[in-house]
Design a protein around this ligand. Structure first.
Ligand code: GUN
Ligand code: ZN
Length: 434
C-alpha cells in the first residue's frame, strides 16, 4: 500500500506523560503520514516539506481537525431500536423493551441487517474501536465479527451468556458455553478482533454458567470479560438475593474467576469501598456510562473518587440505555454528571479518556489511541462547518481547548466528516459510504 499524507490541524495525546494536559499535542498545520495502514510520522507541515514531501501528493484537509478514532468501552449492538424508550428503570426497562428487541435477533437475516447498521452507525459517529454486547445468539455475534473484519474495525465483543431470569428466546441454557467456545476459536485475536466472555449480569446466569465461563477465561489467553456491575439499587438487592453465598456483587464474578485485569464492568455506581479497592488492586476497568445512568435514573458515578484511587476507567455510550452513539454526547453527559458533584471534567481529560486513556484501560495502547509511529492509523476528520450552531460557537473560541470543549458540549455525528480505519476511509459524511 502506498504512503498517504494528510495536511490538516491535528490533535492527540502522546504516551508517557505524567498528566493528560501535558500529553496533549496540537499542531495547527500538520502532515500526518501513513504507510501500510500505520502511522509513519506526524510533523508540522513546514518540516514535512523540508524533508522533501511533494506537495502534489498531499491530501488537503486544511481547516479540518484530524483526531484519533474514538473508543466506546460499552455498547449494545442490538439496542439501536430501543434508544429513548420511556419511563422505566433498569429491571423493568430490560423486561419491557430490551429483551423483546434482542429476541428479534433470532432471525439471521434481521440480525445481519441490524449488525450492519450498528457498525455503520459507530463509524458515522467517529468510533473505530468498541467493546460490544451482542445478543445471546451465536449467529448474531459471528455476523458482528465478520462485518467488523470487513471494515477493519477493532471490535471486542461477545455473545451474551444468560440462562436464567431470561425469556425463552434468549435463554442459552443448552448451548451458551459451547457457543462461546466456538466463537472464541473462530474470532479471538483474528485480525483486529478480540473476544470478551460476556455474562449479561450475574442475575441472569446460574452459578454453574458463571463457573464455566470462568473456566473459558482460564483456557484461552488474552480474553476480556465484559459485564454489568452495581448499576441500580434494586438490581443489587435482587442479585444478592440470588447469590446468598457471595459477600457482595463483585464477589458474584470474583468467585468464578471472572474478575481479571481484562474485566470491564459497566456502571459501578453503587460500589462498596471494598469492591472499589478490589477493582483498583486488580487493574480491571470501569465503563463510565453517564448518558445511560441519567436516562435510567441509575445514579451519578463518582468519577473523582475513581481517579483518586487510580482505577482504570473508560467512557461508554451504553446504547440503548444511553441515548446516543456519539462519544461527544457521552462526554457532554459525563461533564454534567461531574458538575452535579462539584467537580469539572476538562476537555483534555475527557478526550484523553476516549482515545489513549481508553486504549490503556482496555490494554490496547500498543496498537491504538494516538499517532505515535507504528500505531494503527485509525482517525477521524472533524469539521464544524456542517453543524451551524457549533461552527458559530467555534468561531468565538480563543484556544484549541475551548474549541474542543465546544465539540464535547455540542457535537454529534454532524461534526464527523470522515472516519478511517487502518488508513482506509470507511465513512464519509458526503457520500455516507458503507
Ligand atoms: N444490565 C443487564 N443488561 C443490561 C443492559 O442491556 N443495559 C444496561 N444498561 N444494563 C444492563
Ligand atoms: Zn450495558
Amino acid at each position: 500500500m502506498e504512503a498517504k499524507h494528510y495536511r490538516a490541524r491535528v490533535a492527540h495525546f502522546r504516551s508517557g506523560f505524567a498528566s493528560k494536559a501535558e500529553a496533549f499535542e496540537y499542531i495547527d498545520d500538520a502532515v500526518l503520514s501513513l504507510e501500510n495502514g500505520r502511522v509513519q510520522q506526524l510533523v508540522p507541515a513546514s518540516e514535512a516539506f523540508k524533508q522533501g514531501l511533494n506537495p502534489s501528493t498531499v491530501i488537503d484537509k486544511q481547516g479540518a481537525l484530524i483526531f484519533p478514532g474514538l473508543i466506546d468501552a460499552h455498547v449494545h449492538a442490538p439496542q439501536l431500536n430501543i434508544i429513548g424508550s420511556y419511563g422505566e428503570q433498569l429491571l423493568e426497562w430490560l423486561n419491557t423493551y430490551t429483551f423483546p428487541a434482542e429476541s428479534a435477533f433470532a432471525s439471521v437475516e434481521y440480525a445481519l441487517e441490524k449488525n450492519r447498521q450498528f457498525l455503520h452507525s459507530l463509524l458515522r459517529h467517529g468510533t473505530t474501536t468498541a467493546v460490544v454486547f451482542s445478543t445471546s445468539h451465536r449467529h448474531a455475534c459471528a455476523q458482528l465479527f465478520e462485518l467488523a473484519l470487513e471494515k477493519k474495525m477493532r471490535i471486542i465483543a461477545g455473545k451474551v451468556l444468560m440462562n436464567r431470569n431470561a425469556p425463552a428466546a434468549l435463554n442459552d441454557h443448552e448451548t451458551g458455553i459451547a457457543d462461546t467456545r466456538k466463537l472464541i476459536e473462530q474470532y479471538h485475536q483474528r485480525g483486529r478482533l478480540g473476544y470478551a466472555v460476556t455474562p449479561r449480569f450475574a442475575g441472569t446466569s446460574t452459578p454453574e454458567q458463571l463457573q464455566r465461563a470462568g473456566q473459558l477465561v482460564d483456557d484461552y489467553p488474552g480474553l476480556w470479560v465484559h459485564t454489568h456491575l452495581s448499576e441500580n439499587k434494586a438490581e443489587i438487592d435482587w442479585t444478592l438475593g440470588l447469590f446468598p453465598e457471595a459477600s457482595d456483587y463483585l464477589d458474584c464474578y470474583e468467585r468464578y474467576g471472572l474478575h481479571t485485569a481484562k474485566s470491564i464492568f459497566a456502571h459501578c455506581i453503587h460500589l462498596t469501598d471494598s469492591e472499589r479497592q478490589r477493582i483498583a488492586d486488580m487493574g480491571s476497568t470501569v465503563a463510565f456510562c453517564p448518558s445511560s445512568n441519567l436516562f435510567l435514573g441509575s445514579g451519578l458515578l463518582n468519577l473523582k473518587q475513581l481517579q483518586a484511587m487510580g482505577i482504570h476507567y473508560a467512557p461508554g455510550s451504553d446504547v440503548g440505555a444511553g441515548t446516543s452513539l456519539s462519544m461527544f454526547r457521552t462526554l457532554a453527559d459525563a461533564y454534567k454528571v461531574t458538575q452535579l458533584q462539584q467537580h469539572s471534567y476538562s476537555s483534555l481529560e475527557a478526550l484523553y479518556d476516549v482515545t489513549l486513556g481508553a486504549a490503556t484501560s482496555l490494554r490496547l495502547d500498543q496498537y491504538i489511541g494516538n499517532f505515535e509511529k507504528g500505531k494503527e492509523a485509525d482517525f477521524i476528520v472533524l469539521d464544524a462547518r456542517s453543524h451551524r450552531c457549533l461552527s458559530t460557537r467555534v468561531s468565538h473560541c480563543r484556544t484549541i481547548q475551548e474549541e474542543l470543549f465546544a465539540y464535547i458540549t455540542m457535537a454529534d455525528d454532524r461534526l464527523v466528516q470522515e472516519t478511517h480505519t487502518m488508513g482506509e476511509c470507511v465513512y464519509t459524511q458526503q457520500g455516507n459510504r458503507h
